[in-house]
Design a protein around this ligand. Structure first.
Ligand code: CTP
Length: 400
């Protein structure tokens, strides 16, 4: 822990870690102890707490804690701590621990927006990420004073989930570190007038799970969210859109520098030819209005067929029911070819929709002929398998 007011929120994180069976050694900086005292950390962790290297010297704590750890979480990580870590300084027990840790390291920053956006911090965060550390993007909201903005420590539950994912993978460098990925989520709305729209039931849960998992695996994630009412995942840049045209522009802009794009959103294929400026009134003669529609751009088709970034992996989704022309998988294979993407995640929706459900099951088809069955499980579990397939294609790209 470094010295930020958010230190008090880390009590909750520590409790989650210990209650789930982990042995936690708290290593605060001297300034962290100005916010929450050593007695609290010792009581909650059940272990002695020190911030400098001169306590218990015979046990060589300045190297032992880092060497023995399976995971280091720095929360809150201040601008100063990340600067010291990026430059390899080792002037207290925490920075010594960071220099001797061979395990994955997760930084959960908390600071004022100006500090987070300062070029010095931006460069330090980039250095830490390049070395394989997971630096979670801070949350937005109320800061210490009356000000609000980006810089809040993410919720303890978010840091915990990311830490558990990193820990379960057990590798010092997360496999998506250094990768930029774009995920679209939710369903677009096409307005008829200022209050009415054509829309669909996509909840955004699968796209949000994909974004969360990618961030936990070290990727820099842009999540383009169409009308989703879920909390922003930590570590993720969220761009809100409403219509398919807005989704198109946001995806095309982000895709130009992305290593992978996953189109989990359900864009409306059609939009009203004209949008009434005023609320449409009922006709006095009782006739019903006729809505004329025109086609929206097919975003997946466009980014897959006109690739601006060599080697990028493009993933589509398809919710299918079989019909007279073929089975679910026949139709999906045809869609994969038509859309031109590298992977297509196919949901068989014959037995009912997956919208809003926390679970999903799918078959992942590859343009290279692969077919991976993912049995019913959480949307996060499906997200892990999708990123496994994407990461395999990145590796192929590197070795090719
Ligand atoms: N998609 C897109 N742009 C659209 C419509 C769909 O990028 N205008 C993407 C979706 O995000 C999804 C994939 O295409 O990843 C497949 O969506 P689907 O609705 O099954 O495709 P359609 O081309 O609309 O196929 P169908 O004719 O079967 O409805």
């Amino acid at each position: 822990m470094s010295g930020g007011i958010a230190a008090y929120k880390v009590c909750e994180l520590l409790r989650r870690l210990t209650e789930s069976g982990h042995d936690v050694t708290v290593v605060p900086t001297a300034s962290a102890l100005e916010f929450v005292g050593a007695a609290t950390w010792a009581a909650l962790s059940g272990r002695p707490v020190s911030s400098e290297v001169w306590t218990d010297v015979h046990a060589v704590p300045h190297v032992r804690i880092g060497q023995d750890a399976d995971l280091v979480i720095v929360a809150p990580a201040t601008a100063d701590l990340m600067a010291r870590a990026a430059h390899g300084l080792a002037d207290d027990l925490l920075t010594n621990t960071l220099l001797t840790a061979g395990c994955p390291v997760v930084f959960a920053p908390a600071m004022h927006t100006e500090m987070w956006e300062h070029p010095a911090t931006v460069a330090n965060v980039a250095t830490l990420r390049e070395r394989g550390a997971v630096v979670i993007e801070p949350a937005e909201g109320r800061l210490t004073g009356k000000d609000t903005g980006k810089g809040r420590l993410p919720e303890a539950s978010e840091i915990f989930d990311i830490a558990m994912d990193v820990l379960s993978r057990g590798v010092a460098r997360p496999d998506l570190a250094g990768r930029r990925v774009v995920v679209s989520a939710g369903g677009t709305r096409e307005y008829l007038d200022p209050v009415r729209f054509l829309g669909n039931r996509s909840s955004g849960l699968q796209g949000y799970a994909l974004a969360r998992v990618a961030a936990a695996r070290g990727a820099e994630v842009t999540l383009i969210a169409a009308n989703v009412s879920l909390p922003d995942p930590a570590g993720v840049k969220v761009v809100a859109v409403e219509t398919t045209a807005e989704l198109h522009d946001a995806v095309v802009a982000a895709a130009s520098s992305a290593d992978a794009v996953v189109m989990a959103a359900a864009p409306a294929d059609f939009r009203p030819t004209s949008v009434s400026e005023d609320k449409i009134k009922k006709a006095t003669d009782g006739t019903s209005p006729v809505i004329e529609l025109e086609q929206n751009p097919d975003i997946l088709h466009q980014i897959a067929h006109h690739r601006v970034r060599e080697g990028a992996v493009i993933v589509g989704f398809a919710a299918e029911t079989g019909d007279a022309d073929g089975s679910v998988l026949d139709l999906a294979r045809a869609k994969l070819t038509r859309k031109g993407c590298d992977l297509l995640v196919v949901n068989d929706v014959s037995g009912g929709a997956v919208f809003g459900s926390p679970d999903n099951e799918a078959v992942i088809l590859g343009a290279d002929g692969i077919s991976v069955d993912v049995p019913r499980g959480t949307k996060a579990a499906l997200a892990q398998v999708i990123w496994d397939e994407v990461a395999r294609r990145f590796d192929r790209d590197v070795t090719a």
